[in-house]
Design a protein around this ligand. Sequence first.
Ligand code: ADP
Length: 417
Amino acid sequence: MKVAVINCGSSSIKYEVFGLPDCLMLAAGLVENIGGSESRLRQRKRNADGTFDELVYSKRLADYRDGFDFMADVNREDRIIKDDSELFGIGHRVVHGGELFREPTVIDDEVVDAIERLVPLAPLHNPSNLLGIKAARIRFVGIPQVAIFDTAFHQTLPPHAFHYATPYEWYDAHRVRRYGFHGTSHRYVSREAARYLGKAPESVNLITLHLGNGASAAAVQRGSSIDTSMGLTPLEGLVMGTRSGDIDPAIHFFMMRQTGMSSNDLEKSLNSQSGLKGICGLNDMRKIIDQAGLGNDRAELAIDIFCYRIKKYIGAYFAVLGSVDAIVFTGGIGENAGMIRERVCRGLEHLGIAIDNARNEAVPGSVAEIQKDGTPVKVLVVRTDEEQEIAQQTVHAIERGKPAQRRPVAELPVRSQ
Ligand code: ADP
């Protein structure tokens, strides 16, 4: 049997197919430009020797339903999924689960309605996720489908961590609070780190740092997230490729007064023209590191700000966790940029954190330990695999998850937006 993992963007379907029972990735693909003049499907298929072949197909696709047909046809021709009956289930990545979804959830009409009601909290992402779910339920009738939410892992945050000090009615009426994102990745690397340390997830305290284009930190206490840097939206917290992360909220009003910018312009600016790009004009960390090496002062400043912000979060999460077994680096930057890891950890010896330079430069495999011998806090580099995590969660949710075991959505405290 197979499991398909689906992530629908505004005009794309990203997918991976896993074989059961070992959850081995068999194929990964991207359908792009859905609704455009010509759509493209790229698929990497695993060969028996572990190498991959890439194939590219083109076709005109009007909508997600066409996209799923195309995906199913290609997988049938490539002999990855012979027919739909081979599909044990489909896992859908959904960005925002609000307070309604604490766990992966088998999708039924009620769940679709609930995700729809959460659109105001994630207007850029949930609508595409939802359209994908609706089209997949029509195309793959009878195959169990599961929603896996980026926010779910952080639903264990205690009230003092998730509430903002804004008028309480904002929370009551509009559910303004910290939700946190990248939960699938934080959960996956927490478990991998615990496994590597030879301990149960419930017995380790970790600070997990997902550093990619988007970036977030989480304080994980005995396997549960108790604080995280992203908030109501993914804009808060660490410096990111194009997002500002934490800023004084009064900057909004100041800039609107000074320049006459609209709130929409400001939102765009803080999401897509800020962060590393705002400082040095580049958002790709590889290029920024290259530029810094060539003496570009702005690139150097962008790296400094990026690392300093992470360091501050490590300090804060150390304080809230009390004791920390390991700092975990993951995401494209966290996994690959030794120079950033070194800069983040430099000067943290008083917290028991120190990196061994040789280990930091040569990170092998899916988990590596890079701290100096004898330092109390381990520093781990863990390769994240959100799709693998979604595939496993999909299987678990289907196996345990008769919808009747969920709290009925109608009972949950969601307000009209
Ligand atoms: P996304 O959030 O889009 O999934 P990724 O996790 O793939 O992003 O991370 C992308 C970031 O990782 C980019 O800034 C890229 O430059 C950076 N990155 C990837 N490889 C390296 C590397 N070898 N050195 C430095 N940065 C890297």
